[in-house]
Design a protein around this ligand. Structure first.
Ligand code: NAG
Length: 242
């Protein structure tokens, strides 16, 4: 599936960047360290009309440019939100847009010193549907250039987030099953942790406990996401029938 292939490619490119940084000769390491101060890797997911990005991304403080907002520093010190520069949610978005080659746009609010994201890839806000930002499945209290992120954080840019009932989360993310055997995937609301019934996953609907039972048929690898019409689709789950 395209999203999985795209994610794999992004992981490989990301790994290549890290290897490159690590293999530099010693004299340049301090220089490189200074340039990469505040950089880290987060798990980024961008859910628009389709999944736009879902993979780890290596990013850090930078000047972000959008067609409608211009170029502005984006490093967590925006509007005095943090005392020191660091990687932010919008830095991750910007890095992913360059890596995976999709555009994004946003206006710039001089008062908050932050971008208001209006469009990512081909998913653009409407009068009633906006892009929302969640860090570890909670709405961020500040904008994307003010919200710093820690290594391994889950950053979710979700379209129509403010009208979503649930932010679906499917676990485990990797499932291996033998032909004729079965495995259970559980769908919850990432924000509250409650099980979500009636979410479609691999052609089935989750039960009251949020569970879907996958039965292995023919060997192969498939990638599924849980969906519900009133909710933000889940992370990808890789199901391998061994
Ligand atoms: C942002 O741009 C300014 C002006 O060109 C430059 O001095 C600064 O180093 C840049 N900051 C980052 C984090 O790239």
């Amino acid at each position: 599936m395209p999203s999985f292939l795209q994610a794999s490619a992004a992981i490989l490119l990301c790994a290549a960047t890290l290897v490159d940084a690590a293999s530099l000769p010693n004299p340049r390491n301090s220089e490189r360290a200074a340039i990469l101060a505040g950089y880290n890797i987060v798990n980024l997911r961008i859910e628009g009309i389709n999944t736009i990005y879902e993979a780890p991304i290596f990013s850090g403080p930078r000047n972000v440019t959008t067609p409608s907002g211009g170029t502005h520093l984006c490093d967590g010190t925006n509007d005095g939100a943090n005392p020191t520069p660091g990687n932010t949610c919008t830095d991750a978005l910007d890095a992913a847009s360059k890596l995976a080659r999709f555009p994004f746009d946003g206006t710039y609010d001089a008062e908050f010193q932050d971008f208001f994201i209006t469009s990512i890839s081909t998913t653009t806000e409407t009068a009633t549907e906006f892009w929302g930002l969640l860090l570890n499945y909670q709405f961020t209290p500040v904008g994307g250039c003010q919200q710093e992120v820690q290594p391994g954080d889950h950053v979710l840019w979700a379209f129509n987030a403010f009208n979503a009932v649930y932010f679906l989360k499917a676990e485990p993310e990797v499932v291996a099953v033998l032909p004729g055997k079965s495995a259970v995937v559980t769908v919850t609301d990432g924000m509250s942790g409650v099980p979500v019934a009636g979410a479609e996953f691999a052609g089935q609907l989750s039960n009251a406990e949020g569970q879907v039972t996958i039965t292995g048929t023919k060997p192969g690898v498939n990638v599924y996401k849980a969906t519900r019409s009133d909710s933000i689709r889940s992370n990808a789950v890789v199901v391998t029938v061994i």
